[in-house]
Design a binder for this molecule. Sequence first.
Ligand code: MLT
Length: 321
Amino acid sequence: MTYFILVPDNLEASGLAQLRSIPEFTVHAPGKLTREQTLELIPQAHAMIVRSDTKADADLLAKADNLKVIVRAGVGVDNIDLDECTRRGIVVMNAPDGNTISTAEHTFALLLALARHIPQADASMRAGRWERKKFVGTQLHGKTLGIVGFGRVGRALADRAKAFGMKEVAYDPFVPERIARHLGLACPTLDALLEQADVISLHAVITNDTRGLINRDTIAKMKDGVLIVNAARGSLINGADLAEALKSGKVAGAALDVYDTEPPAPDNPLLGLDNVVYTPHLGASTVEAQEAVAVQAATEIIDALLHGEYSNVRNKAVLQR
Ligand code: MLT
């Protein structure tokens, strides 16, 4: 049997080479496809690899008559309708290992840029100014970092923060408390973390419980002058509430890599604030991370289609069908 593998997003070359080396595979990966092009090709596809751009929603899945497997080259599967995939017998997997370190490094870069006003100081010098007093920063050593979500990236961030002499607390309802306690970081409740942290970094996935987790009520429980970093998902934050807190100074600054819609809508209240550092969802954007997730995604497609082996399945119920 020949399998048609559709790759409607840009995927790093080594993953594509791995797929193209399989005689049973016909790989269609011309670069970023439009929604219309993807809808046209999806009926032929037996497997699809996506990044975050392609939305595998109910409309697209309704045309996916032959689709057996979707692999997300990366972590977040919020662009894939998992319930609809399960209903249609489509296995969804992700490739969560390859971009952990790059995302943790980017989070730490944002934290340093925020604490030391690096983008603002750079812009000031480019404008011909020399403003040493204006950019007095905050030392990280001795400060408490609150890590919300203690999965792969949260733990990698904790290692880096330790090297900077930060105190750390972590909260994650899904990570057994004894693991976090063993690492000396466990916080029994989110409130306890919010009360202690000088800097809060978000690393949770989006669920009904975590959407809008940073909002007027949770911000009120934070220390005055707290810093917030988000390189996970934009919808973890209620934008209007955080913008208000940034303007009042309750939150001294934020560093944002992710937005509730991407690119952010022009009227996103978090845009254009002087005390915010912005990057355009660059957490996993390193050569190393892109290569690693592409290779992992390709391996998962090969294992699934040729050997019937599935790893990192995000809709496990489908395997019981
Ligand atoms: C991920 O979910 O893997 C990261 O946010 C990176 C990405 O979306 O490409």
